[in-house]
Design a protein around this ligand. Structure first.
Ligand SMILES: Nc1nc2c(ncn2[C@@H]2O[C@H](COP(=O)(O)OP(=O)(O)O)[C@@H](O)[C@H]2O)c(=O)[nH]1
Ligand SMILES: [Mg+2]
Length: 281
């Protein structure tokens, strides 16, 4: 399977962001905790190189508690400011605002010396579905930015003003133009950052079965009533079809349907909380 998804709206979005970056003080880089390194887009890194960055590792509720620390340590070891949050709910609002103040402290105090309250402008970037709009909603404690559990929901340019003197610019999720490391593309497809129509779901599910086998994720076998991974993909698909009550058509299971069930089950944490990426040693 080769994954490549760089539609015209992403080119346009990158151009919009290149333009907007000149007007902002800092960047909030939103990454999905389940696939942190896969969410790193080298094109963002180039674009934001001379801005203070707050790395927000979002969806921490979807990974085993404690494991995200390896990523916080990773960013800390590079002198970067990072925090792990779950942006569904408002609990983490203050932590993110404090992080923003921290990365902008130099510019804030420079203005304060002149007696001016600096409005801090932050551009929120991240791959599709990482939770940029949800994070913005969490920060403005109300429904402003448009969210959706599918890539490509945010299109135009949207500024949101917070009472704390912070302005946030939501941006459309953008991917690298190509993936040298297809493993990263596969992880992004697992977490729903790549539009479903551009990936063959049966091939994706096979990648996922291999992943579970390599990681020894027993929850997969338990859920579908198989006693291990030593079966052919067809046998595993048949077991999933049977366990989940899929209707056979002319004596066969529809493998695309079965594959979608597997991917849905992963996205609904039916195999437990799983972190896909770890920092490279
Ligand atoms: N469990 C969980 N889901 C989240 C979190 N943040 C966002 N989501 C969900 O992820 C999906 C994509 O969010 P959205 O904000 O639209 O992503 P965007 O494309 O980066 O703007 C939505 O279904 C959100 O409800 C989080 O912290 N935890
Ligand atoms: Mg969005």
């Amino acid at each position: 399977m080769h994954i490549q998804w760089y539609p015209g709206h992403m080119t346009k979005a990158m151009r919009m962001m290149q333009d907007a970056i000149k007007q902002v003080d800092c960047v909030i880089y939103v990454l999905d905790c389940r696939a942190v390194s896969s969410c790193i887009n080298p094109k963002f890194d180039e674009m934001i190189a001379d801005k203070p960055v707050l790395y927000v590792l979002n969806k921490k509720d979807l990974v085993p508690s404690g494991e995200v620390k390896v990523w916080l340590d990773y960013f800390a070891s590079r002198g970067a400011t990072a925090l792990a949050v779950s942006s569904v709910g408002n609990k983490e609002r203050n932590a993110v605002l404090d992080g923003l103040k921290k990365i902008n402290s130099a510019v804030i105090s420079k203005y304060r010396e002149k007696g001016v309250n600096k409005i801090v402008r932050a551009m929120v970037v991240g791959v599709p579905n990482s939770g940029k709009s949800t994070l913005i909603n969490c920060l403005c404690a109300g429904k402003r930015a448009v969210t959706g559990n599918r890539p490509g929901v945010t299109r135009g340019k949207q500024w949101v003003r917070l009472d704390e003197g912070i302005e946030l610019l939501d941006t459309p999720g953008t991917l690298p133009p190509s993936f040298e490391d297809q493993g990263k593309a596969v992880n992004l497809a697992f977490v729903g950052s790549i539009k479903e129509d551009v990936v063959r779901v049966d091939e994706l599910a096979i990648e996922f079965i291999d992943f579970c086998k390599n990681r020894g994720i027993d929850e997969f076998c338990n859920r579908y009533g198989i006693d291990g991974f030593e079966y052919s993909y067809e046998e595993i698909f048949d077991a999933v079809g049977k366990a989940r009550g899929v209707q056979k058509v002319r004596g066969e299971y529809d493998y695309d349907r079965v594959a979608s069930i597997i991917m849905d089950d992963f996205r609904k944490q039916k195999f437990g909380k799983i972190m896909l990426d770890y920092p490279e040693k």
